[in-house]
Design a protein around this ligand. Sequence first.
Ligand code: SUG
Length: 448
Amino acid sequence: MSNIVNAFEYNFDGLVGPTHNYGGLAIGNLASMGNSGTISNPRAAALQGLQKMRTLMEMGLRQGVLPPHERPFLPRLRQHGFSGSDEQVLQSAWKNDPALLCNLSSAAPMWTANAATISPSADSQDKKVHFTPANLTAMYHRSIEHEFTGRVLREIFADENYFAHHKAVPAGGKMGDEGAANHGRFAPSHGAAGVQLFVYGRSAFEKNLDVHFEGRQALEASQAIARQHRLNPAQTVFARQSQKAIDAGAFHNDVVSVTNGRVLFYHQHSFENTAQCFADIRRACETLGFEPDFVEVSADAVSLEDAISSYLFNSQLITTPNGETGLILPQEAHDNPRTKAWLDAHIAGNGPIRFAKYLDLKQSMRNGGGPACLRLRVVLNESEAASISKCVLDEALIIRLEQWVEKHYRDQLEIKDLGDPEFLGEVYAALEELTDILSLGAIYDFQR
Ligand code: SUG
């Protein structure tokens, strides 16, 4: 135990972009499919996200922010054969292929749980923090994220003595990787060596599955990440998500389970083979001398349907600086009587989860993104933490970002606005100013 270092969990939340809209793009994600074409409110979405960041900071947690990506993404429209001035490209795409334009305008990078998989240095054999941006190949609108994500992560986590950046796992066919949404970690403290859990939906090479929705995460992609992050196989577990949960709308494992510290908070139907999965986790934790704590919610208490509509498990399971474990939940988990009753009873019964805090994240929730989707966890020890400064938040920066949102974001956005050159001009002006606020330099393609 003597070589355990002090470490912190940072949450890097995605700043909601000015093009936040309900495109109905995400198959298998019931909220996205159900709200397709409705009017969004980008300003409220971004402010709700910033308020969540503030709340965590006020609880004593370290908080970062990742910038929105450039959308509509004109370089990709040009690759699709649209040409001329930016205005011509945009207008012609809107006229000839509005569905393509909608895909290339999505603000989905806000869900940074899908940005990358990150392994802390305490777990890696070369003692570096490893980053692999997610290829997100399952959904076209998200498959264009990884290059810019990698660029931003390299900018923030720049010191090569501490940080190792990898390219996304090669995409194609069913080799999907959805990042930290399908990844969890058990450890007695943030700084101690831990066990990493990779949850996959299927093999990339599986055929003829009789399924309602197809799993997005391939086992082979998870294995590639574990290898390149130089994890010890004895402390790495691969488990299959239950097809039942995927078919019910749990398109990522973080819709039905979440880990932190020694705790796994999960729905009874999360895993295909729970007994095997838990035996593997127990054995791996034993090699490091600690026991995991499995907190189950039974299907009798909360059905899969309730879990998915309330996003009970898409909560942030956090440990406050005074050592208390609790949940940051969406308001929907408060408003559902079954999930609220379960939480109240667990807390009253002195379970491992000691508090529940509910937040209004309705704009993101309507696209299937709860508190856990909106954040990317990065565990850093003291020297690693001392090496970063960009995109780390304090109250002054949050206020600055709120003012920036108020100045640039629309109150209402419809799909048809995506084809309007005036709107494109507004977006570029907003992103241009943001790169100054976050000291990122000319990071966007339109600035280069
Ligand atoms: O990939 N929604 C996202 C939500 C991601 C949630 N992330 C986690 N569970 N970690 C997705 O399905 C909807 C976009 C639209 O329909 O406009 C969307 O991409």
